[in-house]
Design a protein around this ligand. Structure first.
Ligand code: HEM
Length: 524
C-alpha cells in the first residue's frame, strides 16, 4: 500500500467512518422517533401529529395550503389539541372550544404582544420603534403596549365615543345609498363595498380631509398591503417578494405623514387621537405614528368588507328570507316629511332587540366566513386546564374556521348558511349550547377580543337593514343574487373574500323613490 493510499485508509477509519456512523445512527434514531411518534416532546405535551414527509412536511403543507392546512389536519386528527413540529419549533393547535376559551383566559402566559411586535416588520419600523412596541414591562411598570391597549379599548367601548364613531360612519354609508336614485345602478358588488367602506372608515377615523379622501388611489394601497401582509412580516426582500404590499405601504407613508404634520389629527376620532397620545407619550416619532396607521385602516376594513359582502349575497339569494327580514326592519324605521323632503330614518338602537333574524344572519355570516386564527406565543411553561403542558417559546394557534365549521358542534349542516341555528340555541342541551357559544370566535377572545366588534356590528347590520328596506338587488341579468365561492385562503387573511366579483344592479323599491335615508344613532 502506498503512503497516500494508507493515509486515505487512516482518514476513513479514524475520521470519516465514525462521523458517517454517528450521522447514520442519528438519522435512524430520528426516523425511528418520527415513526413511533415519540419525538422530543415532554410527557404532558399535546400529541404530535406527523406530516407525511419527515421534518419539513408541515412547513411544505403550510406553504402550499396556507389557512386550509389546519382544516386538512383537523380531518386527520380529531383530538382537542395537538402539536405540530417544524424543525425545533412547535405549534399547539387547539380544536376544542373549551380549551380555546381557557387559552384566551391565560393572557399573561399566552401572549399576543409578541405577535403584534412582528407587525413592526410589516410596517417597516426600525429598531427605535420596534423596541418601544416590543418592550416587555416588569411587574408594576407601564409600557406603550399597555397604554395603547387602554386607549383603543376605551375609545371603541359602548358609550359616547362609540356613538360619535357610529354616527360618522353611518352618515357616510347613508350618503352612498342616497345617490342610488330611481334608475338601477350597476356595480361590481365587492369593489363597490370595498371602496365605500374604506372611504367611510377613513372619514370616520381621521376626519376630513384625510389621506384617502385626498388620494383615492390609496384605497388600493391599503388592500394590497393586506394581501401581502404575511410576506411583509417575513420581511425577506419585500420589495421583490411582496411587491404590491411594499408599494402600497410606501405610497401611504408620505400621505399619513403630511396629515400628522399638518395637525389634522385634531379632527380624528377618539380611537386615532388615543393611539397618537399613547405613541407620543412613549417616544414614537411622527414618522413611526404615520407608518402604523395603514394597519388601522386595514383592521377597520379588511374584515368588515368580506363579511358585509357575503351577508348581502346570502340574504338576497333567498327571496323568502328577504321578505321576513323586511318585516323586521320595517318596525325600526319611520317616515316623516321635513322641510318638504320625505325622510326615512332607521333607529339603530333597536337593531338587536327588534331584528333577531337579521342579527342571526350577521352571526351566521361571521361563522361561515371568518377564518384565520388567533395566535399567541407561550411566555413560560404553562399547563392548560390542568392537563396539557405548553412549553415556553412555542406558538398556540386557535383556527377560527375549523372551530366554527365543526359538524360535531354545529350539526350536519355546519357548512351551510342557516341563520335559524342562532335563534334555536335554547332548544339545544346545555352542553351543546355551551360548545356553540365557546366555538363562536369571529372576534377572537380574552384580553384581545376585537375592540372594533360593536362598530363592526353597527356598520354592517345597519347598512344591510337599509339596503333591505329600501332597495332591490339582483344580478345584472335580473336574476337573483348568487353566493360566489371564496378565494384561496392565504396565511394571515382573516375573512374570506370572493374569488371573483358579482356584477349587480341596485335600484330603489317603488315606494321609496325620492326619499332621503338617514340613521338615528341615538344620544349618550
Ligand atoms: C367583522 C369585522 C371584524 C372582525 C371579524 C374582526 C376580528 C378581529 C380579531 C379576530 C382580532 C384578534 C383577536 C384575537 O386574536 O383574540 C381583532 C383585533 C383587532 N381589531 Fe377587529 N375585527 C373586525 C372589525 C374591526 C373594526 C371595525 C375595527 C376598528 C378599528 C377593528 C379593530 C381591531 C383592533 C385595533 C384589533 C387589535 C386588538 C389588540 O391589539 O388587542 N376590528 N379583530
Amino acid at each position: 500500500m502506498s503512503y497516500s493510499t494508507q493515509s486515505l485508509a487512516n482518514l476513513l477509519t479514524k475520521a470519516i467512518y465514525p462521523a458517517l456512523t454517528t450521522f447514520a445512527f442519528a438519522l435512524v434514531s430520528l426516523l425511528a422517533l418520527w415513526f413511533t411518534g415519540i419525538e422530543d416532546v415532554e410527557p404532558g405535551e399535546p400529541p404530535v401529529v406527523h406530516s407525511k414527509i419527515p421534518f419539513i412536511g408541515h412547513m411544505i403543507g403550510m406553504l402550499r395550503h396556507h389557512n386550509n392546512y389546519f382544516t386538512i389536519l383537523s380531518e386527520r386528527y380529531k383530538g382537542p389539541i395537538y402539536t405540530v413540529k417544524t424543525f425545533s419549533s412547535r405549534i399547539y393547535i387547539i380544536q376544542s372550544p373549551e380549551l380555546a376559551q381557557a387559552a384566551f383566559r391565560q393572557s399573561k402566559e399566552l401572549d399576543f404582544n409578541t405577535i403584534k411586535s412582528w407587525g413592526c416588520r410589516a410596517l417597516a419600523f426600525d429598531k427605535h420603534g420596534t423596541d418601544i412596541v416590543a418592550h416587555k414591562p416588569q411587574k408594576g411598570e407601564g409600557s406603550y403596549s399597555i397604554d395603547l391597549h387602554q386607549e383603543m379599548y376605551a375609545s371603541l367601548a359602548q358609550g359616547p365615543n362609540l356613538l360619535e364613531t357610529n354616527a360618522r360612519v353611518l352618515n357616510y354609508l347613508a350618503k352612498s345609498l342616497n345617490v342610488v336614485q330611481t334608475g338601477p345602478k350597476r356595480h361590481q358588488l365587492f369593489r363597490w363595498l370595498r371602496d365605500e367602506y374604506t372611504i367611510g372608515s377613513a372619514e370616520t377615523l381621521y376626519g376630513l380631509p384625510n389621506p384617502i379622501s385626498e388620494d383615492l388611489s390609496l384605497i388600493q394601497s391599503v388592500w394590497d398591503f393586506e394581501r401581502d401582509l404575511g410576506l411583509l412580516i417575513l420581511d425577506v426582500f419585500p420589495r421583490f417578494t411582496a411587491q404590491k404590499g411594499y408599494v402600497g405601504r410606501t405610497k401611504a407613508l408620505p400621505a399619513f405623514l403630511k396629515y400628522y404634520n399638518a395637525g389634522l389629527s385634531k379632527n380624528a376620532s377618539a380611537l386615532v387621537q388615543g393611539r397618537e397620545r399613547a405613541a407620543r407619550a412613549w417616544g414614537l416619532t411622527t414618522e413611526e405614528i404615520a407608518k402604523a396607521e395603514i394597519a388601522i385602516i386595514m383592521a377597520a376594513g379588511t374584515n368588515t368588507v368580506p363579511n358585509v359582502f357575503y351577508m348581502i349575497c346570502h340574504i338576497f339569494s333567498q327571496p323568502d328570507l328577504v321578505t321576513s327580514l323586511r318585516n323586521e326592519v320595517a318596525k325600526i324605521t319611520s317616515r316623516k316629511t321635513r322641510d318638504g323632503v320625505e325622510v326615512v330614518t332607521l333607529d339603530i338602537s333597536k337593531l338587536q332587540s327588534h331584528c333577531p333574524l337579521l342579527t342571526a344572519c350577521f352571526h351566521e355570516t361571521l361563522r361561515l366566513n371568518k377564518t384565520g386564527a388567533s395566535v399567541r406565543t407561550v411566555l413560560n411553561d404553562v399547563t392548560l386546564e390542568n392537563q396539557y403542558l405548553l412549553k415556553k417559546g412555542a406558538f398556540v394557534q386557535i383556527p377560527t374556521g375549523v372551530m366554527q365549521s365543526d359538524s360535531k358542534i354545529w350539526g350536519p349542516d355546519a357548512k351551510e348558511f342557516n341563520p335559524q341555528r342562532f335563534l334555536t340555541q335554547d332548544s339545544l342541551s346545555k352542553e351543546e349550547k355551551k360548545a356553540q357559544i365557546q366555538a363562536f370566535i369571529p372576534f377572537g377572545g380574552g384580553k384581545h377580543l376585537c375592540p372594533g366588534r360593536h362598530l363592526a356590528f353597527t356598520e354592517i347590520v345597519a347598512f344591510v337593514a337599509m339596503l333591505l328596506h329600501g332597495f332591490e338587488l339582483s344580478m345584472s341579468d335580473g336574476g337573483k343574487l348568487k353566493v360566489p365561492p371564496g378565494e384561496f385562503q392565504r396565511l394571515g387573511v382573516a375573512s374570506i373574500s370572493p374569488e371573483g366579483d358579482l356584477d349587480v344592479l341596485i335600484k330603489r323599491r317603488k315606494e321609496f323613490e325620492g326619499v332621503v335615508w338617514e340613521f338615528d344613532v341615538g344620544t349618550a
